[in-house]
Design a protein around this ligand. Structure first.
Ligand code: SAH
Length: 393
């Protein structure tokens, strides 16, 4: 039985991260099911949402913004919703507990090492954010210190002290963000300990993840989601497959042994570099990765008259674009497997695809983000052309 939620978070009101704070888990799932149905049922059947057994501490990526109160106390936490005021957070119901413990200890070290906290208004000071990533399967732990300028005084001693408190830390990276921006990470990075990335195991494959690469935050649910996505693709070993918005190549690499060829496309350079290494690491030889805007890449593929049998698409929250979808329609794959973290933009994109020769065959929601209002979905679409009709699942 999934656990209910008697737990209450002290930061809940101000943090705004958990819209479903205090609500029993079964009820959260019901609400997500209803919302997904409202948006996607007009296109096809929406199957029951897959929830978590233990919907706590699932986030493998934790971000904390640092601030200094007038009395000198160093705090870390999240921005109060819609503001730049920092709400202190020392523990969180959904974040990885190890990550929270590391952040709490960094707060202590900042004081003893007299590291100045960055002031957003004046631009003075050093430490802005800390980002932690943890490989749930491997236990590897990455700490990214986001600084307003490149030099961390007493760097070696700081690393030593932090690793003494947390020997499980496998890599520490300094990221420089000297801009007035709401983006957490800047462009420049220096590895000050370890290899500069962590590895995690997903669906039996090992993936390296760099600080700026996208990786699903809830690996337990992601395995189920990818399993369904690959099942829906109905691969037989003969297909030419596109993995669009591929990140570090997870879906394509997991599907490659059931396809003839996989082509991955992704905009983020670091993620593409990870994807290439991930293919090698897992001895997948029938996959290639391209660093490009997925829409532009697809336009070029369509213009060259290329074909694809299956397209996986997994765009960011704002969904895909018309460039991309027009080209998918031109390429005419038998199946499109559309994975989305935002059913609203997925509904918009399904509207386009279903009025351009595709039929939605089923939506499968997954609760990858318990206690928040977000839902992940995977939708199968098939080409309406008679020669490519597929049997119903
Ligand atoms: N399929 C991957 C990543 C999904 S997240 C996984 O499951 O892990 C969406 C990805 O789309 C991110 O990696 C992001 O960098 C990438 N992206 C965003 N806009 C893009 C664009 N216009 N073209 C290609 N990739 C894009």
């Amino acid at each position: 039985m999934p656990e209910g939620s008697g737990k209450i978070c002290p930061a809940a009101k101000k943090c705004g991260g958990c819209q479903y704070q205090g609500m029993p888990y079964e009820r959260q799932l019901k609400k997500k099911q209803e919302r997904t149905e409202k948006l996607l049922k007009p296109f096809c059947t929406v199957y029951p949402i897959t929830g978590m057994e233990k919907p706590y501490h699932y986030r493998n990526k934790v971000h904390a913004v640092f601030d200094r109160l007038k009395n000198g106390t160093v705090i870390s936490g999240v921005y109060e919703e819609g503001t730049h005021r920092v709400v202190p957070v020392t523990s969180c119901l959904i974040e990885d507990e190890k990550a929270d413990a590391v952040i709490n200890d960094i707060r202590g070290l900042v004081k003893s090492f007299k590291i100045k906290i960055y002031n957003e208004d004046t631009g003075y000071g050093l430490l802005r954010h800390v980002l932690i990533r943890r490989g749930f399967s491997t236990g590897e732990l990455m700490v990214v210190l986001v600084l307003g300028s490149p030099v961390l005084p007493s760097k070696n001693n700081f690393v030593k002290a932090l690793r003494k408190l947390h020997p499980e830390i496998t890599t520490i990276v300094v990221n420089v963000n000297d801009k007035k921006t709401s983006m957490v990470l800047g462009d420049r990075e220096t590895v000050i300990y370890g290899k500069g990335y962590i590895e995690d195991v997903l669906c039996g494959r090992t993936f390296r993840i760099s600080p700026k690469s996208f990786y699903q935050v809830n690996p337990v649910q992601t395995e189920k989601l990818y399993g369904k996505a690959i099942e829906l693709a109905g691969l037989t070993g003969k297909e030419r497959v596109i993995d669009a918005y591929c990140g570090i190549g997870t879906i394509g690499i997991c599907a490659a042994d059931q396809a003839a060829e996989v082509i991955g496309v992704e905009l983020n350079r670091d993620a593409v570099r990870d994807a290439v290494r991930n293919a090698k690491r897992n001895q997948v030889k029938n996959i290639s990765f391209h660093c490009a805007d997925a829409g532009k890449f697809m336009v070029q593929m369509a213009a060259r008259g290329e074909h694809a049998d299956v397209v996986f698409m997994d765009p960011p929250r704002n969904g895909s674009d018309e460039n991309f979808m027009r080209s998918v329609v031109k390429l005419g794959p038998k199946r499109i497997v559309y994975i989305s973290c935002n059913p609203e933009t997925q509904a918009r994109d399904l509207k386009f695809l279903t009025s351009h020769g595709y039929r939605a065959r089923g939506v499968y929601p997954y609760d990858c983000f318990p206690f928040t209002g977000h839902t992940e979905t995977v939708c199968l679409l098939s080409n309406r052309k008679p020669d490519t009709m597929i049997s119903l699942y």
